[in-house]
Design a protein around this ligand. Structure first.
Ligand SMILES: NC(=O)c1ccc[n+]([C@@H]2O[C@H](COP(=O)([O-])OP(=O)(O)OC[C@H]3O[C@@H](n4cnc5c(N)ncnc54)[C@H](OP(=O)(O)O)[C@@H]3O)[C@@H](O)[C@H]2O)c1
Length: 383
């Protein structure tokens, strides 16, 4: 029996994780959850699973939740996420599942590492902004870090018993997102509702927009470098619009291994939660004949400048990745609230990166400070 501490229970990954916990009640026990703006959904989850600790957005929500569930411990905010990540410090038969969106996921990940709790990571922004900190902590603490992101989960499965030195390159596939058929000119006036219609995956709003700009793939390239300790020149991306091949690994002997399945996040989440076992999922069997109709296309960095920004930010290193992420979070938020156009997202990120003076190895506090400075500057302009 594994005890589960779930950050971001109200989100898309959170919800799919709860499905698995519910189906495998003999294998997993939900001890703690967090939510943020969706208070009603958090109440519903709390009522269903009766966890020991719940983390809410602020003290007002705390007061409301305590009234509803007087015996449950309720915490809030940044401190609350840290408390949840390290709750029952001595509990070693546990997983922290990080399904938060945004850089808020970094600090609880670090706190969990420091108590040597194993982590299942969906929150890619953790490694984008704090990969250097996590890499350093890997040398000091014993913990496992299992990727939930579908492409990285596929790569993990493909490389399980392989030597890193035998790997020629990783190939991460990209569906191309909601606007993959459109030219740059046609992107000028696209709407928020169209941007949120991903052709293959049902995901949270932020990652759906990141998929349309291809920033998501940029984040995944950075994530892969840290997860698998590989140089960025060994991580390639390719457009594969059917989202059936989730990633590929090319080896020095000429072999290429590919991971194939229907696009459904239950699979990578279940694999990580049950590793090294595989449990039956509800996902329908894959008909091999579907592979007769798959396509691969070279990635076009001019069509998708955000991917290029991410690669450059990784190469420049240090705090440039915080700037990349902060500018992206603010710009996506402004787009979702109708304050800017789709193509403004990339202009905002490019400008923030151009102006930035790099700090080589930013600490957690420097990352938080820089994140809020960059976001404030951007929000001020579009108020
Ligand atoms: N969804 C996918 O299929 C998928 C696939 C691969 C990787 N990922 C990655 O997994 C992570 C989660 O994605 P998602 O699609 O599940 O996102 P989502 O649906 O937007 O859910 C995000 C979760 O984080 C909470 N949250 C948002 N802002 C917060 C804040 N400032 N402080 C504390 N909690 C906050 C949300 O709470 P409320 O909803 O209550 O506001 C929600 O529980 C992202 O890093 C994403 O890139 C997702």
């Amino acid at each position: 029996m594994k005890n589960i501490y779930l950050l971001g229970a109200t989100g898309s990954i959170g919800e799919q994780t709860l499905d698995i916990i519910e189906k495998q009640r003999d294998d997993f026990k939900l001890i703690g959850i967090s939510g943020y703006s969706n208070f009603d959904k958090l109440v519903e989850i709390t009522r269903k699973f009766l966890p020991e600790i719940v983390v809410v957005k602020d003290k007002f929500d705390k007061e409301k939740l305590v009234k509803l569930f007087p015996t449950i411990k309720v915490e809030f905010g940044r401190q609350g996420l840290k408390t949840l990540a390290t709750y029952h410090k001595e509990d070693q038969d546990a997983y922290l599942i990080n399904a938060l969106v945004g850089m808020v996921g970094l600090e609880p990940t670090i706190e969990a590492i420091k108590i040597e709790r194993d982590i299942l990571l969906a929150n890619k922004e953790t490694l984008v902004v704090g990969g250097h900190l996590v890499s350093l902590l890997k040398k000091q603490y014993q913990f496992k870090l299992y990727p939930i992101d579908s492409e990285h989960n596929a790569l993990w499965q493909l490389m399980n018993h392989e030597n890193t030195k035998d790997i020629k390159r990783l190939i991460i596939t990209a569906s191309g997102g909601s606007f993959r058929g459109l030219s740059r000119d046609e992107l000028k006036n696209v709407s928020v509702s169209d941007a949120l219609k991903h052709p293959n995956w049902s995901m949270g709003n932020k990652i759906t927009i990141d998929s349309a700009t291809m920033m998501n793939k940029g984040f995944e390239v950075i994530e892969a470098c840290y997860l698998f300790d590989l140089d960025i020149d060994k991580v390639d991306t390719v457009i594969h619009k059917e989202s059936m091949v989730h990633s590929l690994v090319e080896f020095n002997d000429g072999s290429i291994l590919a991971h194939v399945s229907h696009p459904d996040m239950h699979l990578p989440i279940s694999y990580a939660m049950n590793y090294p076992n595989r449990k039956v999922t509800h996902i329908k069997p894959f008909d091999l004949m579907l592979l007769n109709n798959v396509s691969f296309q070279t990635m076009d960095l001019e069509r998708y400048p955000c991917l290029n920004f991410a690669i450059n930010a990784f190469k420049i290193g240090g705090s440039m990745r915080t700037v990349l992420n902060a500018a992206n979070e603010a710009a996506v938020d402004l787009f979702l609230s109708g304050k800017i156009k789709f193509l403004d997202i990339e202009t905002i990120i490019e400008e923030a990166m151009r102006k930035h003076q790099v700090i080589d190895f930013p600490s957690l506090e420097e990352i938080y400070e820089l994140d809020s400075t960059i976001k404030e500057e951007i929000y001020k302009k579009f108020r």
